[in-house]
Design a protein around this ligand. Sequence first.
Ligand SMILES: NC(=O)c1ccc[n+]([C@@H]2O[C@H](COP(=O)([O-])OP(=O)(O)OC[C@H]3O[C@@H](n4cnc5c(N)ncnc54)[C@H](OP(=O)(O)O)[C@@H]3O)[C@@H](O)[C@H]2O)c1
Length: 321
Amino acid sequence: MAKIQIGRTELSVNPLGLGTNKIGGYNLFPNLDDEVGKKVIQSAIDHDVELIDTAFMYGLGHSEELIGEVLQKNDRHKVVVATKGAQQVAADGTVTLNNTPEFLTKSVDESLQRLHTDYLDIFYIHFPDQDTPKAEAVGALQRLREAGKLRAIGVSNFNLDQVKEADADGYVDLVENQYNLLQQNAVKELLPYLSEQHISFVPYEPFAAALLTGRYAPDNLPHFEEGDHRLNIDLYKPDQLKANVAKVEQLKPIAATYHATVAQIVLAWYMKNPLIGPVIPGARTPEQLLANVQSEGLQLSDSDYKIIEQIFVSFFENSRQ
Ligand SMILES: NC(=O)c1ccc[n+]([C@@H]2O[C@H](COP(=O)([O-])OP(=O)(O)OC[C@H]3O[C@@H](n4cnc5c(N)ncnc54)[C@H](OP(=O)(O)O)[C@@H]3O)[C@@H](O)[C@H]2O)c1
């Protein structure tokens, strides 16, 4: 598949990347295994998955450390490492958001150390804070880019107005926000704007944190262990869950015509969507990673692309047509 250019940079990546909050992210998910996590990273590199998406927040640096260990054994230039920062952790464990130039500069330096590298391909401001002028925060990252410490600048969890403010000087290359077939409304106005401005959009939680993999069914609803953050996601709350699983059920016969899984056709749908940049599904095991990699060879027909789109159009929009 053709590579995707990152924003207005010279950086380009294969469309399928890897999300790593389940690699070292012990503060977000129970029972993670570091050795398995490192195997996922190695399998990704072995299968030409270039974009590896991590963050300080995934294990308070531990995800970056595990990726750093694997990077040291590989050709650094084969990997496009994206990380994020903005969370300041106090001695009592309280987390506050901090986008000041000083804090972001320190965050980049600490990420470089944990990742055992002298440059980051992409650094995102993970969440906006209340007080720092956004163009000032991005300006600090631009200075780090000029110093050779990073190659592309991103913001994450910024709404349209916040993106416009952050990109006042034209330095923002990517926006990473929540987006999947079940959760499209929040970025409806953002996506066309990003496309016009040549800013890449990276959707996070492309499987709605597993609901869109097709592993559930009306008679097999998900049950998560205590400590799994998915227990707090609205899509999984009892009043919404059955309707969401019923929508995903409709993908199963379409997937069968491609001899593919639901997860694979969902990824293929994103990769055919011109408003969407690289996709970063999370994987907990090498097997999940390898299954996801196969979606790169899947070409959805135009009519199936539209049928899938229609399944997930909300009731409100359907009633307006
Ligand atoms: N910028 C932000 O604020 C932000 C927020 C959230 C996430 N992210 C990034 O986005 C990435 C993706 O989001 P996510 O990992 O939370 O959710 P996701 O990609 O929607 O779902 C990942 C989960 O789907 C399941 N899965 C993956 N491949 C599968 C396969 N082939 N077959 C069956 N199940 C499969 C696994 O669930 P199990 O673990 O249950 O096996 C996996 O953990 C993250 O890893 C992270 O890098 C960014």
